[in-house]
Design a protein around this ligand. Structure first.
Ligand SMILES: *[C@@H]1O[C@H](CO)[C@@H](O)[C@H](O)[C@H]1NC(C)=O
Ligand SMILES: *[C@@H]1O[C@H](CO)[C@@H](O)[C@H](O)[C@H]1NC(C)=O
Length: 425
């Protein structure tokens, strides 16, 4: 009896030791990888455009639906900087970009070893996988803290800068849910409903110097490289918004995702086919925000800079819709929805997303937040016809898997995932 208990103890201890050891190794590796190597690089001008095909072959004639004068044509824009903000449906948009990039054989500027550019430190072009001065890249789209000078030295001068915003109250709720556990000062918030408790008295709980604190205050403004802790009346707030307005050709809104895609099609001369999508990385209903009006008001007050930013670009967004034509927009959105629904019935088993436990292929498992399995995914239909099989697979593929397929080596991200599986976190 005693011998058996002893053996059990030993195996528990071994397990604990192994767990601790692996976690430590991962954290060490993560830190090592986060340390930045600054090597001075010779300045080589970036080529004006890096498109693979000669411009003549890119011409496409405008279709009737875009109501352009007969014979007028445009070439699809292929050089794209997508500023991927956090918790803004950007995984869905990345899937669109990946497919567009594959279709046109574009060169992506990917990070190395992980799926972001050393966020939250500022972007440096030396973080790009296989970067060499003078190299030609078409698209950059992984998480970064925006750094315009460095991006400009990486991509062609006529690159289209695109980004996406989301209602800051919803974004804050989502960020709190997804990243809260990575922000140590949240650990001491009492009660089950930490979000409400935090918003009851944010000044009391928020530690501006705390590790990862930026996730919980004006995260959008922070992602754009700005100071998220400014007072709302600080002139740098307005300047920051102006800076974003000057650099980004299109600012999309999560709440009007289809409309945003139609504006994108117009701005970049893409086709409707390029816009097809399924919603990826969605949270299951029980964990989705149900902010009361009061909490919403508090969240907006707490994230006042992001709220100002959002309102500014909401205005410019609807001006663009007006310029496009409201009727024309409604027609195009209806068509996009119809085509997405048609694709869903072709590709998706059961026609909708399912919880992680019901996803059969590991290849289709989305990345989960720490301590949860709340992100939904899809099962691909078994009998998809040959013509659609490849497209279905790509449209349903979670971001990490798609990045791997595009040749990004995500060993740190994956190792971290393994360790989390082992210690069941
Ligand atoms: C475009 O318009 C022409 C003439 O108005 C029509 O014959 C043609 O079918 C239309 N094409 C599409 C794609 O709607
Ligand atoms: C966004 O703009 C539209 C149109 O001007 C307006 O109806 C809506 O209330 C605005 N939304 C926000 C959150 O400001």
């Amino acid at each position: 009896m005693a011998g058996r208990q002893g053996r059990q103890w030993r195996s528990v201890c071994k397990g604990l030791l192994l767990g601790t050891f692996l976690t430590t190794c991962t954290i060490l590796l993560y830190c090592l990888n986060t340390m930045q190597v600054h090597i001075s690089r010779p300045e080589v001008p970036v080529p004006y455009s890096c498109s693979h095909r000669p411009p003549k072959m890119q011409r496409k004639t405008a279709t009737n639906s875009s109501q352009k004068a007969a014979g007028q044509s445009c070439s699809p824009k292929m050089d794209i900087m997508f500023m991927k903000t956090h918790k803004t449906a950007s995984s869905t948009f990345l899937n669109i970009l990946f497919r567009f990039g594959e279709k046109h054989r574009l060169t992506f500027a990917f990070p190395s070893g992980r799926n972001d550019f050393f966020y939250p430190s500022f972007f440096q072009r030396s973080q790009v996988k296989d970067y060499r001065p003078g190299m030609c890249f078409n698209v950059i789209c992984n998480h970064m803290r925006f750094n315009v000078q460095e991006v400009a030295k990486l991509l062609p001068a006529d690159t289209s800068y695109i980004t996406i915003l989301r209602d800051p109250a919803e974004l804050f709720e989502s960020s709190f849910h997804y990243f809260g556990r990575l922000v140590p000062f949240t650990w001491k918030i009492p009660g089950d409903d930490k979000l409400s408790e935090f918003l009851r008295d944010p000044q009391h709980y928020f530690d501006p110097e705390g590790f990862n604190a930026f996730y919980l205050k004006n995260l959008l403004f922070f992602d754009f490289g700005q100071d998220n802790k400014l007072d709302l009346d600080d002139p740098r707030v307005g300047e920051g918004i102006q800076f974003i307005a000057e650099h980004f050709q299109l600012v999309m809104l999560v709440e009007y995702f289809e409309e945003s895609l139609i504006l994108l099609k117009e701005a970049l001369c893409w086709e409707m086919d390029d816009l097809l999508f399924f919603k990826l990385n969605a949270r299951k209903g029980s964990t989705v925000s149900k902010l009361t009006p009061e909490l919403r008001a508090r969240a907006l007050q707490w994230n006042a800079i992001d709220w100002k930013l959002y309102q500014h670009f909401n205005q410019t967004f609807w001006k663009k819709v007006d310029a496009y034509g409201q009727g024309r927009m409604a027609d195009d959105v209806a068509e996009l929805r119809k085509r997405n629904a048609a694709m869903a019935s072709i590709c998706i088993e059961g026609g909708h997303a399912v919880e992680a436990g019901s996803i059969q292929e590991t290849d289709m498992q989305p990345w989960q937040p720490i301590g949860e399995k709340s992100i939904m995914g899809y099962n691909i239909k078994k009998n998809v016809d040959k013509e659609h099989r490849k497209l279905c697979r790509k449209m349903l593929m979670p971001e990490i898997q798609y990045l791997t397929e595009l040749g990004v080596n995500l060993w740190i991200t994956k190792l971290w995932g393994r360790v989390r599986d082992i210690i069941n976190w």
